[in-house]
Design a protein around this ligand. Sequence first.
Ligand code: FE
Length: 184
Amino acid sequence: MALRVKALESLLVEKGLVDPAALDAIVDHFEHKVGPRNGAKVVARAWSDPAYRERLREDATAAIAELGFSGAQGEHMVAVENGPGVHNLVVCTLCSCYPWPVLGLPPVWYKSSPYRSRAVIDPRGVLAEFGTELPADTEIRVWDSTAEVRYLVIPERPSGTDELGEAELAALVTRDGMIGTARL
Ligand code: FE
């Protein structure tokens, strides 16, 4: 795959259709500027500010854009909140739809056919394989991302974090926590 991509890139550059510097800028953008740290800021704000959390419930796209995160693959966002007895898990059964502005590019396993099929058939089993064992009475809600709607899981705020500020809280939030394959 890497060779094919390289060959394609060489051809496009050779024909003058793309500028290598532009490609580097795009890759750098998604690797370093966009990524799960954006989503972590949204989660930390939701934990810290009840009014923000309410706006996130009502219109996640707008609430996320308040923090400056918007654009391609994040046009229609829905925030799903974990809570006592409820755990949310996000998948794209069809392909790899993922909320780029808040989480960056999806991990390889998210795009794999075993995850895509088994997350809906046996979410509890898939979570266990990620090391996430949920109590038997916890309801698991599985959300199927589409080209129209992308989901962001708002994990439960860890206990003992009452004194932490938003930046410190954001540092506790993981990518997998916002996909729902992990708890914090
Ligand atoms: Fe998809």
